[in-house]
Each structure stands twice: as structure tokens, then as C-alpha cells.
Design a protein around this ligand. Sequence first.
Ligand code: FE
Ligand code: FE
Length: 175
Amino acid sequence: MKDIEEVKEMLKTRLTEKRYNHSLGAMKAAREIAKMYGEDEEEAEFAGLIHDIAKEFSKEEIENALEKYKIVPDEIEARQMGLLHAKLGAEVAKAEFGASEKVQNAIKYHTTGNIEMDTFAKIIYLADKIEETRTYEEVEELRTLAKEDLDRAILFTLDFTIQKSIRKKSLIHPD
Ligand code: FE
Ligand code: FE
């Protein structure tokens, strides 16, 4: 695992200011929640910081990365390419920063969630949703819930994200 300052410098060159600030927020939130639930704070900080590393890939960069990491998008991902930033981010984090399997899984599932998520992955999933720059309607309730019960917080998040996806007529990923 690389020095966190180095990861920040690299992210600055690849993300917009808004997304970079979101990443810093997720880093802080991940550390706080990890502390509450007895998970490795440094690893959480790293995973929170780097989780959106592939979020601003161009279409071309996505295609190159899919080939490089031998990822075949599933039916939903093929139609909603934005989802791929999670799987690709996990690969980039490993290739460039030696991310552990635990960190990779957390990045991989940070958008859709997944039944296979361990406590660490749940923390990163929630850190992404409650970090300090988030302002959506349900965020305060979710911030409180995340401190009380990780699973209930995730179910609450899935409830409103699925509802929002339906309203936007987006596809719902089976994960
Ligand atoms: Fe993301
Ligand atoms: Fe994010």
C-alpha cells in the first residue's frame, strides 16, 4: 500500500475538483466508521480515497481498461457503462497501488452493493454515501443510522437508491 499523500497527488490529476473532494470526504468517513466497527482505519482511509479512481475514465479509457484487465461487462453494465467504474477501479487500485483483496472487493461493490460484502466493504459502501460533501434528502438520517447499524443503513440506502433508479428509468443491477 502506498503513502496516502501519494495517492492524493495522483487522484488530483485524474479527478475533477468536485470528485476529488468527494474522495477526500469518503476517506475521512471511511476512517471514522472503521474505527466504530473495529476495522483497519488505514486501509479504510485508503479504500475510501481511491474508490472512484476510474469514475472519470473516458469511453476510450474504459474500453482499454476492460481489455487490459480482461473484464467482460455483464448485460446491465454494457448498457450502463457508468457502473463499470467500480470493477475497473478495483483493478486499477490493485495494479497501481497494490490494493489488497479486501480493498478490491470494497471498491468493486461500492456502487451496487452485493450479498458478498464483508464489514469492511459495507463501511466503504456507506462512506461513499454519507461523506461530508453529500447533500441529498436522506443523508442525515443515513449518517445517524450508519453509526448504529451497518446492515440497516445499507438496506435503507438500497431502498432509496433503487427507488431513485426506477424514477430515472435506469436499469437495476441484480447485485
Ligand atoms: Fe463510485
Ligand atoms: Fe463515490
